[in-house]
Design a protein around this ligand. Structure first.
Ligand code: CO
Length: 134
């Protein structure tokens, strides 16, 4: 049976990366690991890893991506929570069997080779949930 192992990261949509880093990095003191361009998501992402999971600050780099539309519609704020699972295909099959609405029916492959898929917020009580298999 597929298992949820941990909270992998929490993603926050931002309009101004430096302004957000002034809080997360400078005021809270979480070390910034790197800022990376993620062309697949049309975004720039700042990674602030902690031992129990990571904070990701996501800034859209175009006007028409999903993240850009989210920012335009709702403003900066919580975007998604990501759960690490041991078997993403198995978990998607389990969710489908329970009639949970998915955004990605099959896992997408990240640039780093990790598999991920999003579950529709309609099915989760309003929270966009990402599944991740490292
Ligand atoms: Co994510």
């Amino acid at each position: 049976m597929p298992t949820v192992k941990s909270i992998h990261h929490v993603a926050v949509v931002v309009s101004d990366l430096e302004q957000s880093l002034a809080f997360w990095r400078d005021a809270l003191g979480i070390p910034l690991q790197e800022v990376r361009d993620v062309p697949a998501e049309q975004a720039q992402v700042a990674f602030l890893p902690l031992s129990g999971g990571e904070v990701e600050l996501v800034k859209p780099t175009t006007d028409d991506s999903g993240v850009a539309r989210f920012l335009a519609k709702r403003g900066p704020g919580m975007h998604h929570i990501c759960l690490e699972v041991d078997d993403i295909e198995g978990m998607l099959a389990q969710l489908r069997a329970k009639n949970v609405r998915l955004i990605n029916e099959t896992p997408r492959l990240g640039a780093d080779g990790k598999k991920y898929a999003f579950i529709h917020p309609e099915a989760t009580g309003g929270v966009l949930v990402e599944l991740y298999q490292v």
